[in-house]
Design a binder for this molecule. Structure first.
Ligand SMILES: NC(=O)c1ccc[n+]([C@@H]2O[C@H](COP(=O)([O-])OP(=O)(O)OC[C@H]3O[C@@H](n4cnc5c(N)ncnc54)[C@H](OP(=O)(O)O)[C@@H]3O)[C@@H](O)[C@H]2O)c1
Length: 295
């Protein structure tokens, strides 16, 4: 009788594979040419990448969580994943804007993984102004994404870290009509003027033109990291493919809301996206498929 005594592969080996896949995607490789890559097998839609045998339970679970991003192929139409980390009562920060930290370490590390797997990370002006974030992948190996700050009112100060630290490219997004004004302050390479970002009649922000403008720059796999207003706008305009909602066992009194959408009259009209729950430390992450079946 013989036993297979080789140790199971773990999450570190899986992460190296994930980074290799992203490099291949960015290089424009056809996944069908990468058959058998480190125990991963590509099958045409809807399967995508399939993990072979020999991985430990943690790696299998991690693969399931990241697979929707890993399955993105190069080019094509933009694909967008959003995230919010919220309290039990649906808040993402205190009223004053303190969000350090709603979630535990494992969720924070997961966000850095999503940054590494996506071409660009997108935040709203409120988050940029309050958090002054670096938006890097410093918790995990992996390339930093392009940093996209949506600021149609041009209210953000030039002194934000993302504009000056040189760690990764940064784009301030405004309507094309104000791009010259922004470029005078930040330099043309840090400004993305989007025609039609603001509806000429209502002034409301239109996100489809932004996704198209990012795709034209080769940024197809996009991560909307917050805050609540921005993720809600993407959701309301049908611009999210996936949402990672991480719920922490904390209650925030009268805080900043997470998802905030127009009112629904009846429960039967409320979408129920297909989803799966993952435990990340003390938090529960809902992985929601916003293009999938609605019960
Ligand atoms: N827990 C999490 O997962 C998470 C993730 C990201 C951020 N956050 C927290 O969420 C909060 C921000 O989220 P949010 O929903 O309020 O906004 P947001 O989605 O980041 O940004 C959207 C809005 O920011 C507004 N804004 C607010 N303050 C601003 C300022 N000082 N300068 C420029 N624009 C400003 C703009 O309002 P107008 O439309 O009026 O122009 C804009 O439309 C922060 O406290 C941040 O720490 C939490």
């Amino acid at each position: 009788m013989s036993f297979n005594t080789s140790p199971a592969l773990g999450v570190d080996a899986l992460w190296s594979l994930c980074l290799a896949l992203v490099r291949e995607r960015r290089a424009g490789a056809a996944f069908s040419d990468l058959q058998g890559m480190g125990g991963l097998r590509w099958q045409e839609e809807p399967q995508g990448w399939v993990l072979g045998a020999g991985w430990d339970d943690a790696a299998v679970e991690r693969f399931a969580l990241l697979k929707p991003v890993l399955d993105r192929r190069s080019g094509g139409k933009p694909w967008v994943i959003g995230q919010l980390g919220q309290s039990l009562n649906g808040c993402i920060a205190t009223r004053g804007g303190d969000a350090n930290y709603v979630n535990g370490e494992e969720v924070l590390t997961h966000l850095h993984r999503l940054r590494a797997l996506c071409d660009a990370v997108i935040i709203g002006a409120g988050t940029a102004a309050i958090d002054n974030p670096q938006l890097t992948t410093r918790r995990v190996p992996g390339e930093h994404p392009v940093r996209v700050l949506i600021d149609p009112a041009l209210g953000l100060p030039d002194t934000l870290r993302a504009f000056g630290d040189g760690q990764a490219p940064t784009l301030l997004v405004c309507d094309a009509q104000r791009a010259d004004e922004a470029a005078k302050r930040l330099g043309g390479d840090q400004v993305l003027g989007v025609p039609g970002l603001l509806d000429s009649a209502s002034g409301a922000m239109q996100l489809r033109p932004l996704l198209d403008a990012l795709a034209q720059r080769g940024l197809h796999v996009l991560f909307v990291e917050g805050g609540g207003v921005t993720v809600s706008r993407f959701l309301a305009q049908g611009c999210l493919d996936r949402l990672h909602l991480s719920i922490a066992p904390v209650i925030i009194g009268d805080g900043r809301p997470g998802l905030s959408l127009p009112p629904s009259a009846f429960m039967r009209d409320c979408p129920r996206p297909a989803g799966r729950v993952f435990r990340l430390g003390g938090d529960m992450l809902w992985d929601l498929d916003l293009r999938g079946s609605h019960a």
